[in-house]
Design a protein around this ligand. Structure first.
Ligand code: TGC
Length: 386
């Protein structure tokens, strides 16, 4: 099994149980994902066949208590996200969309009946879920959403469109956020409902081992109890985004760590001008900068994870982690790519793939700009979004 960078002995801050669980996920990634990811990425497919294995590991809705979910800590969840994204952002995104978004929406905001009906099957990987918030005309500003739900003869009728929705074309259930007379509300929509169409977005240069879709909603009729009763207003979806953003803080460092380790191995093995690439001062500078970013980013993730487990993590602190770990991870992956020379632009090596993936990761769940302004608001007390 690959060793993590050990400059700061971060493992000494983890419990034996956390390390054991982390290593279990790492072994899964190294045996089941790493050997096959180049093929999936090149073919542009998400490997649905490994979903049951991820469910078996307790990775789906792993922070949720009860309903067949693992009920693990925020730090455990973060460590798992880090290992998955060391494999590929697309695989971590699957776990995030399923667990942090779709399942969280139901667990946080659903009725007891809704939880009983959907969560056990989703935890088992038998039901795949997606989360429809973003629209073609409303990305950073979901308050501007155009999708509507209106009550008609005891049924909700949904109309509108969503964009960039992970997993939608392979999902059996979608949580759709829509404008109603009461404000924004969430709806549980079985994807077989007439009028619901999900179309994968093709020709992506990033997150190729993952599915993102356009969703079209044309007079989608749902029973009155399809609405999530405990979410009113944008706070509902934002509370779910907090969960997904938290996972990204760790995940981004997984991609960065893998890139650093690949570059270190390559620089040690590759000779140039009659000595190992790693023996050159310029190479060592790059490796040191990478290791510092990975270790500092991992410490940040762990600190935020401990705050979350203590029930004290604030949204602006999540923004600190999401903003900084994404941009630092991209820097690490791009720097790692330069050490690989021309070989670094092929799928034989991971850093360029990770760097491309992270362009999506830095964009979804709040762009750099949104998180920067969220932190700015926390520092100054002034919202500068508009
Ligand atoms: P604002 O007035 O600030 O807030 C409205 C209500 O929401 C509350 N709130 C939060 N609650 C919990 N956690 C947070 N992080 C929250 N942020 C806001 C807020 O307290 C308020 O509650 P209440 O009870 O007073 O009504 O809203 P705003 O319209 O001014 O927006 C502020 C801003 C820009 C921060 C927000 O719009 C934002 O975060 N924008 C970014 C949205 C985003 O991340 N979109 C990407 C989603 S990814 C996606 O849809 C695809 S799913 C992933 C996949 O499928 O792969």
């Amino acid at each position: 099994m690959t060793a993590s960078p050990t400059l700061l002995d971060i493992d000494s801050l983890l419990t034996a149980e956390e390390i054991e669980h982390r290593d279990e996920v790492r072994a899964f990634v190294e045996s089941r994902i790493t050997p096959r990811i180049a093929g999936w990425y090149s073919d542009g497919v998400f490997p649905v066949e490994i979903v049951p294995e991820m469910a078996q590991l307790g990775l789906l809705g792993m922070h949720i208590k009860g309903y067949g979910c693992a009920g693990r800590s925020a730090v455990d969840y973060g460590l798992a996200a880090m290992e998955l994204e060391a494999g590929d952002s697309g695989l971590r995104t699957f776990v995030s969309v399923q667990g942090s978004l779709a399942m969280s929406a139901i667990a946080k905001h659903g009725s007891e009946e809704q939880k009983q009906k959907w969560l056990p099957g989703m935890a088992a990987g038998e039901i795949i879920g997606c989360f429809g918030l973003t629209e073609p005309g409303a990305g950073s500003d979901p308050a501007n959403m155009a999708t509507t739900a209106r009550l008609e003869g005891g049924e909700w009728v949904l109309n509108g469109s969503k964009r960039w929705i992970g997993l939608a074309s392979i999902a059996q259930v979608a949580v759709i956020w829509a404008r109603t007379d009461q404000g924004v509300r969430g709806f549980i929509v079985p994807t077989e409902t007439p009028g619901f169409t999900a179309t994968p977005i093709e020709q992506k240069l990033s997150m190729r081992a993952s599915v993102q879709c356009d969703i079209d909603l044309q007079d989608v009729r749902l029973p009155e109890d399809a609405m999530l009763p405990n979410a009113l207003g944008l706070r509902g979806p934002f509370e779910c985004l907090n969960e997904a953003r938290y996972g990204i803080i760790w995940g981004a460092m997984g991609a960065a760590r893998d890139s650093y380790e690949v570059a270190l191995r390559y620089a040690s093995d590759r000779s140039v001008f009659d000595k190992p690439l790693a023996a050159f001062q310029l190479t060592q500078q790059k490796l040191v900068e990478m290791a510092l970013k990975v270790e500092k980013g991992t410490l940040l993730a762990l600190h935020l994870g401990r705050l979350k487990d203590a029930g004290r993590l604030q949204p602006h602190q999540i923004s600190v982690g999401k903003l900084d770990n994404c941009r630092e991870a991209i820097d690490v992956c791009q720097s790692a790519r330069t050490l690989l020379g021309g070989n670094g632009i092929t799928l034989d090596y991971s850093p360029f793939r990770h760097a491309n993936n992270l362009e999506s990761v830095r964009t979804y769940e709040g762009t750099d700009e949104i998180h920067l302004l969220t932190i700015g608001r926390a520092l100054t007390g002034i919202a500068a979004f508009r």
